[in-house]
Design a protein around this ligand. Structure first.
Ligand code: HAM
Length: 418
C-alpha cells in the first residue's frame, strides 16, 4: 500500500471545514486591511531561497527540498512565502513608479525537511502578508495589528513578543559584541553553533540545542547596541502598539530564524497548555530586495502557520461555527420520480439550500437513513401519484409535520418554514 510521506497529511472532514472557516476569516481581514491576494509558484530557483532566506539559516542549511530537474536546473520547493513575493516584485519592476506600498497576502503550502512533531511538518500551510515600499513604523504596526486581529477573530488569546535588531550599523556592533562574548565559550556549544559564531552569530541565540543554555541566556542583547535612530524607532513602535491597545511583551533575545530581518521582529504565542510554539512571526526586512538584485526598498511582513493555529484552536476549545447539517434531502424511487428529483435538487441548490439526494438508488428505507446521517432539516419525498398534480410531500424532520406542496411553491414554502 502506498502511504503518505512523513511530515505530510491529508485534510478532510471536520478539519477541512474548520480550515475553510479560517480561510474565510483571513480573506475578510485582509480585505479590511486592503491586502490583495497573490499566489507564487511552489518551486523557484534554489538561489532565490538560499540567498534570500540566508545560507546560514537552519531552513537553508538543513531543511530545503532541493533537486535538479530534468533540464538540469537547481530547483527548491518554497520553504516560506517572503522570498517568492520579493522575486515577483522585482521581476515585474513594481518599484518603477510606486505611488502606494504593495500589500499582498498568500495562503499556501510550504516545504521544510524538518523532524516531524506536533506543529512541525514537512508540508504545511502558511497565511502571510507582505507590505513592500514603506519604512514607516506605522507599516510595522499595520502588520502586527493584522496578525493580532486574525488570532482574536479566530477566538485565540495571544501575546506578541517583540524585539528589534536595529539597523545595519547597530546590528554590526551587536554582532561584534556577541562574537566576543561567545568565542571563549566555544567548547560549550553544539557543532552547528561553533560554525555559526563566525558566519552568523545571531543564529546561536535561537539554536534548538543551545538556546536554553545559561551561556546563551547571559549573552548581550540587541537593545544595548542600538544607535539613536534605531532606538527611537523601537520606542515609536511600542507607542503605536500601546495606542492601538495591542498587548505585547518585549523579548530581548528574540532574533527569528531567517537571516533577512532588521529593526522590528515579532512572534505570536499563546498561554494555552500544550501549545508551546510560535503560532506565527514576522518583521521588517529592508535589505532583502536589494539582496535579491532589486533596488533599495523597505518591507515588512508576517506569516501564520495553519497547523499550529489549528492545534491552538482545538486546545483552547474554540467552537468554530461551520455548517454540519444539510437543509434538504430529496427522496425518490421510480425513474420518473428520479428525473423530477434531479430538477428539484438543482433548483433548490440554485436558490441557496444545501441539498442532497440519493445517487445509489437505495430505495426509501436507505434514503431515510441517509437523510438522518446528513441531519437534513427537510425531507422532500416524491411519488408518481403526487407528481400527477405537480405536488411533493415535504416533511419537517424536526417537528415531523408533513404537507403536500406544489413544486412551483417549494422555494417559498421552505423559505417560510426555515
Ligand atoms: P517563520 O517563523 O519561519 O517565518 O514561519 C512562520 C510560521 O510558520 C511559524 O510561526 C509557524 O507557525 C509556521 N511554520 C514554520 N515552519 C513550520 C513547520 N515545519 N510546520 C508547521 N508550521 C510551520 C516565515 O516563514 C517568514 N516568511 C515570515 C515573514 C513574512 N516575515 C516577513 N514576512
Amino acid at each position: 500500500m502506498i502511504t503518505k510521506q512523513k511530515g505530510t497529511y491529508d485534510i478532510y472532514g471536520e478539519e477541512a471545514k474548520k480550515r475553510l472557516y479560517v480561510n474565510d476569516i483571513i480573506k475578510g481581514i485582509c480585505e479590511k486591511y486592503n491586502y490583495t491576494y497573490i499566489e507564487t509558484p511552489v518551486f523557484e530557483a534554489t538561489e532565490l531561497f538560499h540567498r534570500g532566506v540566508g545560507e546560514t539559516s537552519d531552513v537553508v542549511k538543513k531543511e530545503t527540498y532541493d533537486f535538479v530537474d530534468r533540464g538540469e536546473r537547481s530547483i527548491t520547493l518554497r520553504p516560506e512565502g517572503t522570498a517568492g513575493v520579493v522575486r515577483w516584485f522585482i521581476e515585474n519592476k513594481l518599484y518603477g513608479n510606486m505611488t502606494e506600498p504593495v500589500k499582498v497576502y498568500y495562503n499556501e503550502k510550504m516545504y521544510r525537511y524538518e523532524r516531524p512533531q506536533s506543529g512541525r511538518n514537512r508540508e504545511f500551510t502558511q497565511f502571510g502578508v507582505e507590505l513592500i515600499g514603506s519604512d514607516d513604523v506605522m507599516a510595522d504596526v499595520d502588520v502586527i495589528s493584522l496578525a493580532y486581529q486574525t488570532y482574536t477573530l479566530l477566538g485565540l488569546d495571544t501575546k506578541i513578543k517583540i524585539n528589534t535588531l536595529g539597523d545595519n550599523e547597530s546590528r554590526l556592533k551587536y554582532k561584534d559584541a556577541l562574537i566576543k562574548y561567545l568565542e571563549p565559550h566555544m567548547d560549550e556549544l553544539c557543532e552547528d553553533c561553533k560554525e555559526r559564531i563566525s558566519k552568523n552569530p545571531l543564529r546561536v541565540l535561537d539554536c534548538k540545542i543551545d538556546g536554553e543554555k545559561d551561556i546563551i541566556k547571559g549573552a548581550p542583547i540587541t537593545l544595548d547596541y542600538l544607535n539613536e535612530d534605531s532606538l527611537n524607532r523601537y520606542n515609536k513602535l511600542k507607542d503605536y502598539l500601546d495606542l492601538l491597545e495591542i498587548p505585547y511583551e518585549e523579548d530581548p533575545r528574540l532574533v527569528r530564524g531567517l537571516d533577512y530581518y532588521n529593526h522590528t521582529v515579532f512572534e505570536i504565542y499563546t498561554d494555552i497548555e500544550g501549545v508551546n510554539f510560535a503560532l506565527g512571526g514576522g518583521g521588517r526586512y529592508n535589505g532583502l530586495i536589494k539582496e535579491l538584485d532589486g533596488p533599495e526598498m523597505p518591507a515588512v511582513g508576517f506569516a501564520m502557520g495553519y497547523d499550529r493555529t489549528m492545534i491552538a484552536i482545538d486546545a483552547a476549545g474554540v467552537n468554530i461555527p461551520y455548517k454540519k447539517d444539510i437543509d434538504v434531502y430529496v427522496m425518490y424511487v421510480s425513474d420518473s420520480e428520479k428525473e423530477t428529483a434531479s430538477y428539484i435538487v438543482q433548483n433548490l441548490r440554485l436558490n441557496g439550500f444545501t441539498t442532497e439526494t440519493d445517487y445509489l438508488n437505495k430505495g426509501l428505507k436507505g434514503e431515510f437513513k441517509s437523510a438522518d446521517r446528513f441531519n437534513a432539516k427537510f425531507l422532500i419525498i416524491l411519488n408518481d401519484k403526487d407528481l400527477e398534480s405537480n405536488e411533493v410531500n415535504v416533511k419537517d424532520n424536526v417537528t415531523k409535520e408533513e404537507e403536500k406542496v406544489n413544486i412551483n411553491d417549494l422555494i417559498d414554502y421552505l423559505d417560510m418554514h426555515d
